[in-house]
Design a protein. Structure first.
Length: 342
C-alpha cells in the first residue's frame, strides 16, 4: 500500500480466518519502508500527463516485488498465499473513467513468483462507479462491531454501518494538503498538530474552504489529487497568510467537515496517520455531538488500509464480491482485481 503522502511503502503480513461466515484477522508483522528521494521524485513526476506511466508502473512493480522479498527474508516468512497490492495512485478521474495505480502486478509477480492481485479500481469505474472508496468492504466484515470507521490519511474517508448495509465516502483532504504546507516551512508533517495548535485560524479562509460545493454533494462521491489542485489550492494560494496560519485553518476545516459526517450518539473508530495529530483529534471532538472516539493500537492505526487491501485480494481469489456498488456508485456489486499467477 502506498498513500498520497509519499511517506513510504506499507507492507503487512496478515492472516485471515473464516469461521461460520465470520471473518477475523491477524496483522502478524508490518512495517513501512521509506521512499528514497529518487522514488519520491519519480512518483511525483509521474503525476503529469506527459510521463511514461507504463514504464514507471513496471519499474515500481519491480521495486514492490523486491521489497516483499526483502521483507520475507528479514522476518523469516517462508510462504505466502498471495500478494495483494494497491500500488501508488498517479491519477484518479472517474468522470473520464480513468484511475491508474503504479505498480504492475506482473512486475511484482516476476520478482516474487507469488500470486498477485492488483488494479482494484479500474473495473469499478468501467461499471460507472467512482473507483472509491474500496475500504468499506473490510470495515463491514473485519470491523463489524464498529458502527463508524474513519481513516485520516491524505484524505479523510468514512464508513457508516446501518444494519447489514454500509454507506461510505471521502470527506475532505487532510494530510495531502497539510504535509505540503509543513514541508514549505521545513517539517515533514505537523507533529501532534503542534503547529496548528499554536497558530490562529483565519476565519475568511475557513469560510471559503467550508463553502466548497463538494461538501453539499450526496454520496457516492470521492476525492482526488486532481480535485485538490483544481479546487483547494487556488483558495489557499489566493491569500497572503503564513503557512502556519494556513496549517491551523486547514486543520480546523478538516475537523469541522469530519465532525459533520459523523452521526450523533455513536462510536467512531479512527485510524490512519492523522490519528496521531492530537490537535486535529481534539478539534473533531470539540465539533462532534455525543460521539465516542475510539483509538485502536498503533498497528491498526498505521496498517488498517494495507490490511483491508489484503482482504480485498482474498475475496478476489475466492471469486467473492469485494467492491460494493452502494458506496462507489457502480451499476452492481462485483469482484475486482487483476490476478497474476503461474
Amino acid at each position: 500500500m502506498s498513500g498520497t503522502s509519499f511517506d513510504g511503502l506499507d507492507l503487512a503480513f496478515c492472516t485471515f480466518y473464516l469461521d461460520n461466515s465470520e471473518w477475523t484477522f491477524q496483522i502478524r508483522i508490518a512495517e513501512t519502508i521509506s521512499y528514497s528521494k529518487k522514488w519520491v521524485d519519480t512518483l511525483k513526476s509521474a503525476e503529469t500527463a506527459d510521463s511514461n506511466h507504463k514504464a514507471i508502473s513496471e519499474s515500481f512493480g519491480s521495486y514492490i516485488g523486491k521489497a516483499v522479498n526483502s521483507f520475507m527474508k528479514k522476518h523469516a516468512i517462508l510462504d505466502l498465499d498471495l500478494i495483494s497490492s494497491h500500488g501508488h495512485t498517479l491519477f484518479h478521474d472517474p468522470a473520464k473513467k480513468i484511475s491508474f495505480q503504479a505498480g504492475e502486478g506482473q512486475s511484482i509477480f516476476n520478482e516474487t513468483k507469488v500470486t498477485v492481485v492488483s488494479n482494484f479500481r479500474q473495473q469499478d469505474i468501467q461499471l460507472g462507479g467512482q473507483g472509491a472508496p474500496l475500504v468499506p468492504i473490510g470495515d463491514l466484515f473485519l470491523f463489524k462491531n464498529q458502527p463508524v470507521c474513519i481513516n485520516l490519511g491524505g484524505f479523510a474517508n468514512i464508513s457508516i454501518k446501518i444494519g447489514t448495509e454500509i454507506k461510505a465516502w471521502d470527506i475532505c483532504p487532510v494530510n495531502y494538503v497539510l504535509n505540503h504546507l509543513t514541508r514549505s516551512i521545513g517539517f515533514d508533517y505537523d507533529d501532534k498538530g503542534k503547529i496548528a495548535a499554536s497558530n490562529k485560524v483565519n476565519g475568511s479562509l475557513l469560510r471559503q474552504l467550508n463553502a466548497l460545493s463538494y461538501y453539499d454533494k450526496q454520496p457516492p462521491k470521492s476525492l482526488s489529487r486532481e480535485w485538490v489542485y483544481a479546487k483547494v489550492w487556488p483558495i489557499i494560494d489566493s491569500v497572503n497568510y503564513s503557512s502556519s496560519i494556513k496549517i491551523a485553518t486547514i486543520t480546523e476545516h478538516a475537523a469541522i467537515q469530519i465532525a459533520k459526517a459523523i452521526p450523533s450518539n455513536t462510536n467512531a473508530l479512527f485510524t490512519g496517520g492523522g490519528t496521531f495529530n492530537d490537535h486535529l483529534i481534539s478539534r473533531i471532538k470539540h465539533h462532534c455531538n455525543a460521539v465516542q472516539i475510539d483509538i485502536p493500537n498503533r498497528k491498526i492505526i498505521e496498517y488498517k488500509e494495507a490490511l483491508i487491501f489484503g482482504f480485498l485480494g482474498v475475496l478476489r481469489i475466492r471469486g467473492e464480491i469485494n467492491i460494493l456498488s452502494a458506496v462507489t456508485g457502480a451499476s452492481k456489486n462485483h469482484s475486482s482485481g487483476d490476478i497474476i499467477a503461474r
